[in-house]
Design a protein around this ligand. Structure first.
Ligand SMILES: O=c1[nH]c(=O)n([C@H]2C[C@H](O)[C@@H](COP(=O)(O)O)O2)cc1CO
Length: 140
C-alpha cells in the first residue's frame, strides 16, 4: 500500500549525513511518496536564504498529509526535533533512526518519548536499515 512519507534530516544543524539521507529516501520510495526529497539535495547548502516562513508552513502542510514520519536523528537538528514533536502531537506514526556512537547519546526527549501508547519508536542501527523499514511500514 502506498503511503505519504515525511523524511526528516538535518539541514542547518549540519550536513555531514546528507548522502546517507539520500540512500534512506531511495529506500523509503518503495513504501510510498516521500514529500521531503529536498532534505538530501546538495544545492540546499547554498540556498539558506529561502523564506523561513514558507519553508515552515510548507513542511507543516506535508506533515499533516503524511501517514508516517521517518527521522534520521544522529546529526542533532532543532528542525528535526521540532518536526518530531509536532508529529507526536498529530499522532503520526514516527520512526526515529539513530546510529550509536561513543561519547554521544540520542536526546532523552526523543528516546524518552517511546512507550505508553506513544506513536514514536526509536531504532539504533548500523547496516540493518532495510529490515527496520520493512518492519515499520508493515506495522502501519
Ligand atoms: O531549508 C530548510 N528546508 C526544510 O525543509 N527544513 C526542514 C526539513 C528538515 O527535516 C528539517 C531540518 O531542520 P534544521 O535546518 O534545523 O536542521 O527542517 C529545514 C530547512 C532549513 O532550516
Amino acid at each position: 500500500m502506498s503511503r505519504n512519507i515525511y523524511f526528516a534530516g538535518s539541514i542547518r544543524g549540519g550536513r555531514d549525513d546528507r548522502e546517507l539521507y539520500h540512500r534512506i529516501i531511495q529506500q523509503l520510495k518503495q513504501y510510498g511518496q516521500v514529500f521531503t526529497e529536498h532534505v538530501a539535495d546538495p544545492a540546499l547548502e547554498k540556498d539558506l536564504n529561502t523564506d523561513d516562513k514558507e519553508i515552515h508552513d510548507r513542511d507543516m502542510e506535508w506533515l499533516h498529509k503524511s501517514d508516517a514520519l521517518v527521522a534520521e536523528c544522529t546529526q542533532t537538528s532543532l528542525g528535526v526535533g521540532y518536526e518530531i514533536g509536532r508529529a507526536v502531537a498529530l499522532n503520526k506514526k514516527i520512526l526515529c533512526l539513530y546510529r550509536p556512537q561513543t561519547g554521544k547519546r540520542l536526546s532523552a526527549m526523543i528516546r524518552g518519548a517511546e512507550g505508553d501508547g506513544s506513536p514514536l519508536i526509536c531504532k539504533d542501527y548500523k547496516e540493518e536499515l532495510p529490515e527496520i523499514l520493512k518492519t515499520f511500514f508493515a506495522s502501519l
